[in-house]
Design a protein around this ligand. Structure first.
Ligand code: C2E
Ligand code: MG
Ligand code: MG
Ligand code: MG
Length: 276
């Protein structure tokens, strides 16, 4: 009888796995078709300089207007896309679309207005392929965007997981684009490692900015201090309250990004609140 139960469980577990695999394959297909059908869009969220209050640029964030499903956030497609080379197709699309948008901002900016940069998130998988460098070059060429106006955001965890990533980052930096370490404080990169990275920007993760645990404030101060010593610009992510804004300013962060100042929005609907 015990054996019967055991078998029952094995069968049930098998079924669950089968269903999961089928669902994943279906989602993968839907993403591929959605990309071909133009269902993906980019929203843009402002990065604001704390000393001047000026917008320095925007981060491009992917959204999927999935037919019959409404707006799907990145958590609904990035993890699945990352399981295959689909993430590279999506990455190429993001690079091209964002570069074209930034070239438009450049062309259409009012006389005397500063040049805006665009930041694109690059997945670790895409970064590890030999295609990443030609993909970035191609996006810049197609858009006619100067390399200095493109920022590539690479999450901290990628550096730990993929040793080849560092060489690729250097090759990208040599194209003239900026590299920004994203979500810093969520992985296990030591502050000392930052010194050896070809990155000019560091984004401190929202979880660390929001943390009220004892020592969090000191940790942010330490990260800012070290990053500055390495010549990096520091961005505080996910600033939602005026208290957080005051804190990150006090701790020496150079730029902020967060709902308090601006929510991600389509390029024709960008609104930014001046920081006080
Ligand atoms: P991320 O690169 O760290 O992007 C910031 C995320 O934080 C965005 O979520 C943004 O909407 C959210 N955020 C910004 N300010 C605030 C705030 O004040 N409060 C809160 N609660 N959230 C805030 P989103 O758009 O859902 O993207 C989530 C993640 O998905 C991104 O994190 C990035 O890792 C990934 N992602 C988004 N677009 C792309 C893409 O085109 N390619 C790749 N590879 N990854 C992407
Ligand atoms: Mg990012
Ligand atoms: Mg981030
Ligand atoms: Mg983040």
């Amino acid at each position: 009888q015990a054996r019967g139960d055991g078998r029952g469980r094995v069968v049930a577990y098998d079924d669950v796995l089968r269903v999961r695999m089928r669902e994943r394959a279906e989602l993968e297909n839907a993403i591929r078709n959605g990309l071909a059908a133009g269902e993906f869009v980019l929203h843009y969220q402002a990065l604001v300089d704390l000393s001047t209050g000026a917008v320095t640029g925007y981060e491009a964030l992917a959204r999927w207007e999935r037919h019959g499903h409404g707006m799907v956030p990145p958590s609904g497609f990035i993890p699945v896309a990352e399981q295959s080379t689909l993430i590279c197709d999506l990455g190429r699309w993001c690079l091209r679309t964002a570069a074209v948008q930034a070239a438009t901002w450049l062309r259409e900016r009012p006389a005397g207005a500063p040049e805006l940069r665009v930041a694109v998130n690059i997945s670790g998988r895409h970064l590890s392929t030999p295609e990443i460098v030609p993909d970035v070059e191609h996006a810049l060429a197609v858009a006619g965007l100067p390399a200095r106006l493109l920022v590539l955001e690479i999450t901290e965890t990628v550096l730990v997981d993929r040793p080849s990533a560092r060489a690729q980052m250097t090759a990208l930096r040599d194209l003239g684009v900026d590299i920004s370490i994203d979500d810093f404080g969520t992985g296990y990169t030591s502050i000392g490692q930052l010194q050896h990275l070809p990155a000019s920007k560091l984004k401190i993760d929202r979880s660390l900015i929001a943390s009220t645990a004892p020592g969090s404030r000191e940790l942010v101060a330490l990260v800012v201090h070290a990053a500055h010593a390495f010549g990096m610009t520091v961005v505080a992510e996910g600033v939602e309250t005026t208290e957080q804004l005051a804190t990150v300013r006090e701790l020496g962060c150079d730029r902020v990004q967060g709902f308090l100042l601006a929510r991600p929005a389509p390029a024709d609907q960008l609104v930014v609140v001046a920081p006080r």
